[in-house]
Design a protein around this ligand. Sequence first.
Ligand code: AMP
Ligand code: ZN
Length: 115
Amino acid sequence: MKDCLFCKIARKEIPAALVYEDDQLVAFKDISPQAPVHLLIIPKAHCAGLADMTPEVAAAAARIPLVAAGIAADQDNLAGGWRLISNCGLDAGQTVFHLHFHLLGGRPLGGKLCQ
Ligand code: AMP
Ligand code: ZN
């Protein structure tokens, strides 16, 4: 999508600190990290969020946990555990409407997912 921030990152039209890329997915550092490790993993194909996936996007997104586990296995400070989440819609706190999963870790994250 032309004016989508994460599409532009996937197309390398705006800079991001990429940590992983394949033909379907990109992972990069969150610009406002909430933990020592805070990455975003996105499908390259535009999709607004979990509620809007096509079968093609769902097939690419299904690989995200495996990619996250591979990234985590390479980072010593994720040895203690990590979290993979996707916010879907305004009530969930979604602010960028291109499907993305947050990979968070590097410290104890606590047990609560809600405030
Ligand atoms: P969400 O609130 O779940 O939609 O998450 C969007 C995330 O995108 C937030 O954690 C932001 O800090 C992050 N973000 C916004 N703009 C950028 C950017 N240009 N590069 C990297 N991360 C970004
Ligand atoms: Zn997009």
